[in-house]
Design a protein around this ligand. Structure first.
Ligand code: GLN
Length: 543
C-alpha cells in the first residue's frame, strides 16, 4: 500500500546490488492517468521531484537518486497517462500497421519497452522497477500484466518482491500475517508469484512469522525479509544485508553471487547520521502542511534530506519544526517564535495561501538576523518583502497573486504568458537544469567555490528585470544570473548586513546527496551552527 515504504525498499535493493558491483538503475511506475506529477496538488501527492531533464516526477525518484548517487532521466519514470499517450500517438501514426490496438497486450508491451529502454540508457545490468499503488487495485493491473509477461519470456531474468505491512493491533499485541497472505494470493491472481516478501512492521519479524509467511505465501523462509521501522531510512540497506537479501536476489536472477557488499562509505555516512552531538533547531515555514488533522512533511522531502546531509556534514543533528505560514497571517502564532530557531527555511510553492504569512516571517528573520534560506517561491517572496520594506515599494508583489499590482517585482516570464493563456499547464514551466553564473566574492560563490553552476528549476515567474537596479542599490545582491544576464538566480544580503540571508530561484535540494551535501545548504547550516552557539539572550539581536 502507499506509504508502506516501497520507495525506500526499492532504493535499498538497488543500493545493495550496486554495492555488490553491479550497474543498477531504478524506474518508478505511477498508475495514474496524469502524464507526470507536475499537475498534482502537493498535499495530495507529496513532493514533485524534478530531474535534470526537467521531468516532473514522484518523490521516490529522489530517493533513487540519493541512494544510488546518480542522475536519472525521464525514461526512468512512467505513468499510465504517459503509456497511453504514447500508444495512442503510435496508433495515430500508423505504427501498428493497421492492427487492432488492444489494452492487452499492447499497453503492457509499451510498458516493457520502456523498462528495457531505461535499462539500455543506463547500461544497467539490473533494473529495479517499482510499481506504485496496492496489489488488487484495478489501476495497476496492466503493469502487473507487463511484469508477468516479462517473467514468462525471461524466467531467470526477473525477480518479484512484494512489500507488505504486518500490523500489530494494539488490543491483540501480536503481529498479524493474514493481510500479507491475502496480498500474496491477490498477486497470484494476476499471475505473479512473489519471490521475496519484504515484511514491513514496527518491529523485526520472528522466525515463527517468517515460517508462516513462507508456507502461506509459497516462498522459502529465507526469502522473507524483515523490515522493521528504523530511525533513519538510510539504515534500510544495512538491515537488508543482515538477511542476505542481495545474495538471495542474485541467486534468483541467476547472476554471479557476490557475497561481498561494499557498503563501507554508506556505513560511514549512516554513522554520521547518528553521531551529531549538538542539535540545530530549524524551522521550515511552508504552506503545504495540512492534510485533515495530519501534518505532512512529505511535500518537502528533498528539502528535509538536503538539510540532514548538510547538518551531518557539520557534525550537527537537525531538529526540524514545520510551521504553517497561514498561522502567522491569522495571528495564531507570532513571528517572534522564529527567534527560537537557529535558522529558517522557506521552501517552494504556488498560489496565494500563506503568502502574507511568509512575507511576515521573512521580514522578521531579516531584521532579527536569523539565518534564512529561501527556495524558489522563498526567493521570490524574499524579493517582495525587501521591495516593500526596504525599497519603499509598499504594494510590491508577485503577479502570480496580484496581477494588477503597481510594483510587479516578480512577474511572469514572457515565454510563460502564452502557456497560461492557452491553459497549457502540464510540463510547461521553466523546468530542469540550467546554468547560472555567480558573482565573484559573493556568499554564493564562496559557498560553491565555483563561478558556473547547474541547478534544477521549476517556476513560471521571475524577478522583474526592471526592478533589479533599484533593489541592488538598496543592498540586495543578485549574485547568480543566467549566462545571458536576463534571469536572477540567487538573491543575497552581504555578510556585513546579515549572518546568512540567501535565496535561490532554483531548487538546490534536488541535487543534495548523502555523499555530496549541497554547498548552499552547508553554508546555511554553518551560519545556523554559529547562532546555536550564541548565548540565548543574544540570539535574535537587531543590528
Ligand atoms: N510559484 C512560483 C513560480 O511559479 C514559484 C514556484 C516554486 O516555488 N517552485 O514561479
Amino acid at each position: 500500500m502507499s506509504g508502506v515504504g516501497k520507495g525506500i525498499a526499492s532504493s535499498s535493493i538497488a543500493k545493495i546490488l550496486q554495492a555488490k558491483g553491479f550497474r543498477v538503475t531504478a524506474l518508478k511506475i505511477d498508475p495514474y492517468i496524469n502524464v507526470d506529477a507536475g499537475t498534482m496538488n502537493p498535499t495530495e501527492h507529496g513532493e514533485v521531484f524534478v530531474l535534470d531533464d526537467g521531468d516532473e516526477t514522484d518523490q521516490d525518484m529522489g530517493n533513487y537518486e540519493r541512494f544510488l548517487g546518480v542522475n536519472l532521466s525521464r525514461v526512468n519514470y512512467m505513468t499510465t497517462g504517459r503509456v497511453y499517450e504514447e500508444v495512442i500517438r503510435k496508433e495515430r501514426n500508423l505504427e501498428y500497421k493497421g492492427k487492432n490496438v488492444e489494452v492487452v497486450p499492447d499497453i503492457p508491451i509499451e510498458v516493457i519497452g520502456r523498462i528495457e529502454r531505461a535499462a539500455e540508457k543506463a547500461n544497467a545490468q539490473i533494473t529495479v522497477v517499482e510499481i506504485g499503488g496496492t496489489v488488487g487495485e484495478y489501476q495497476n493491473i496492466i503493469f502487473l500484466e507487463a511484469a508477468r509477461m516479462m517473467k514468462t519470456k525471461n524466467k531467470d531474468g526477473v525477480a518479484f518482491v512484494m512489500v507488505s505491512y504486518l500490523p500489530i493491533p494494539s488490543k491483540v499485541g501480536e503481529m498479524k500475517t493474514k493481510p500479507t497472505q491475502y496480498a500474496a494470493r491477490t498477486l497470484n491472481s494476476a499471475g505473479v508469484q512473489a519471490d521475496f516478501i519484504v515484511a514491513r512492521s514496527e518491529v523485526p519479524l520472528d522466525q515463527k512469522r517468517k515460517d508462516k509467511i513462507a508456507i502461506f505465501c509459497n516462498i522459502p523462509s529465507d526469502h522473507v525479509i524483515s523490515a522493521p521501522d528504523v530511525e533513519s531510512i538510510y539504515d534500510v540497506p544495512l538491515n537488508f544485508e543482515k538477511d542476505h537479501f542481495g545474495e538471495e536476489l542474485l541467486k534468483v536472477l541467476c547472476l554471479p553471487v557476490r557475497s561481498k557488499t561494499n557498503l563501507d562509505s554508506w556505513k560511514r555516512f549512516v554513522r554520521k547520521t547518528k553521531n551529531g552531538k549538538k542539535t540545530l533547531n530549524l524551522a521550515i515555514v511552508g504552506k503545504y502542511f495540512d492534510s485533515g488533522d495530519f501534518v505532512l512533511s512529505d511535500v518537502y522531502i528533498s528539502v528535509l534530506e538536503a538539510i540532514k546531509f548538510s547538518a551531518y556534514a557539520v557534525g550537527m543533528k537537525p531538529k526540524l519544526t514545520c510551521i504553517n505560514a497561514k498561522d502567522f497571517e491569522t495571528g495564531k502564532i507570532k513571528t517572534s517564535i522564529l527567534s527560537q530557531y537557529d535558522g529558517v527555511i522557506v521552501p517552494g510553492g504556488f498560489g496565494e495561501k500563506g503568502v502574507e504569512g511568509i512575507v511576515l516571517a521573512i521580514k522578521y528573520v531579516r531584521l532579527k538576523r536569523i539565518p534564512f534560506f529561501g527556495l524558489c517561491y522563498g526567493m521570490q517572496l524574499a524579493v517582495v518583502e525587501f521591495s516593500r520594506h526596504v525599497c519603499g515599494l509598499k504594494d510590491a508583489h508577485t503577479t502570480e497573486i496580484k496581477g494588477d499590482t503597481k510594483h510587479p517585482v516578480i512577474d511572469i516570464m514572457p515565454e510563460q504568458k502564452k502557456h497560461m493563456k492557452d491553459a497549457h499547464f502540464g510540463g510547461t514551466m521553466r523546468l530542469g537544469s540550467y546554468p547560472a553564473i555567480l558573482r565573484k566574492g559573493s556568499v554564493a560563490e564562496k559557498a560553491y567555490g565555483l563561478t558556473k553552476i547547474f541547478e534544477r528549476h521549476r517556476h513560471r515567474y521571475e524577478v522583474n528585470s526592471e526592478y533589479v537596479e533599484l533593489i541592488e542599490a538598496k543592498g540586495m545582491l543578485f549574485s547568480g544570473k543566467s549566462p545571458d544576464n536576463r534571469l536572477c538566480e540567487i538573491a543575497e544580503l552581504s555578510r556585513k548586513e546579515h549572518p546568512f540571508f540567501l535565496a535561490t530561484q532554483f531548487h538546490p535540494e534536488f541535487k543534495a546527496r548523502p555523499f555530496f551535501p549541497h554547498p548552499l545548504f552547508t553554508a546555511f547550516m554553518k551560519a545556523a551552527q554559529k547562532k546555536s552557539k550564541l548565548p540565548l539572550r543574544n540570539r535574535s539581536s537587531t543590528k
